[in-house]
Design a protein around this ligand. Structure first.
Ligand code: OGA
Ligand code: MN
Length: 292
């Protein structure tokens, strides 16, 4: 071989044993140069979910790391009437811990989070999240991801044609563990669900590749269909999209940092025993893309 072969990069992406997800090894996110950042950004595009293990990340570190991917998207108001993070309002705290008065110190508690993408109730949903594990339970609280490009590709042509051009409502009133968000009321008819309407099929702005864009199943409705027809089609699409062959799972260790492409995957989380402690800090990156 001649001397013009590429220099060996000091980091690698090791794919999970699944159709999405990879461990990126050899990068300390607190000391990343441009080459490392480019590698990570490409790995996120390729694998949709990337995990970096053994990271030691302060809150300012997490903020400056995530800011390289775009403007941060601070969490919405806490249902408990005070900032979610006491000193860094850019960050979300995902935890089951409570203060001495029993008031939750973060979001989602120990509950199961059903399959969802984050805040797709907006016209331009967040494009990515970085979730950093500080304390994790010895069992439970695993997180799963599902690849919406693979799910779309595997649909049969008749369904692909049927859903082309259809839009669904993405509920704004509830969070991913089903709690009513601050300032919202329950709706009884899903046709009245508040939230953005997005095409069921997203086209990647760069590659043109198509993916399913489902958001969340509860309170969803496919605009213009009869209620029964909408329910049946949504059930069919959700059952298809969350089959094990499209998914990967993460069993957390402290020091894991997991990033996901929020427009390309769904995620869900197992519940865990509330006697355990689970503390994660999360940075979310603003989306700039209307779904099309
Ligand atoms: C989230 C979320 C998953 C988890 O932060 O958006 O769904 O593992 N969390 O806590
Ligand atoms: Mn979520």
């Amino acid at each position: 071989m001649t001397g013009n072969s590429e220099p060996q990069l000091p980091f690698t992406a090791v794919p999970f044993d699944a159709c999405l997800g990879a461990d990126v090894e050899g990068i300390d996110i607190t000391a990343m140069d441009d080459t490392a950042f480019q590698f990570l950004a490409e790995a996120l595009d390729t694998y949709h979910v990337i995990r970096l293990r053994g990271q030691k990340v302060s809150d300012p570190d997490l903020i400056s790391f995530a800011s390289k991917f775009g403007d941060l998207d601070p969490p919405g108001p806490s249902p408990y009437g005070r900032p979610i993070h006491p000193t860094h309002p850019e960050l979300n705290v995902i935890t089951n811990l409570k203060d001495e008065g029993g008031i939750p110190l973060g979001n989602l508690a120990n509950a199961e989070a059903v399959w969802h993408a984050d805040i797709t109730c907006r016209a331009k949903p967040p494009k990515a999240s970085a979730l950093y594990a500080i304390e994790v339970p010895p069992e439970g609280g695993d997180t799963y991801f599902a690849d919406m490009f693979a799910a779309y590709d595997a649909l049969d042509d008749a369904i692909k044609q049927r859903i082309e051009g259809l839009k669904a409502i993405h509920d704004e009133a509830h969070n991913s563990v089903g709690m009513l968000r601050h300032g919202f009321e329950e709706v009884t008819d899903v046709r009245d669900t508040p939230g953005a309407r997005h095409p069921l099929v997203r086209k990647h702005p760069k590659t043109g590749a198509k993916s399913l864009f489902l958001g969340r199943r509860p309170y969803s409705y496919i605009v213009g269909l009869d209620l029964d027809e909408s329910e049946d089609l949504l059930d069919e699409l959700w059952a298809h999209a969350t089959q094990p062959q499209f998914t990967c799972g993460v069993q957390w260790r402290p020091g894991d940092l997991v990033m996901w492409d929020n427009l390309a995957v769904l995620h869900r989380r197992d519940s865990f025993d509330d006697s355990y402690r689970r503390v994660m800090h999360r940075a979310q990156i603003k989306g700039t893309e209307a779904i099309a």
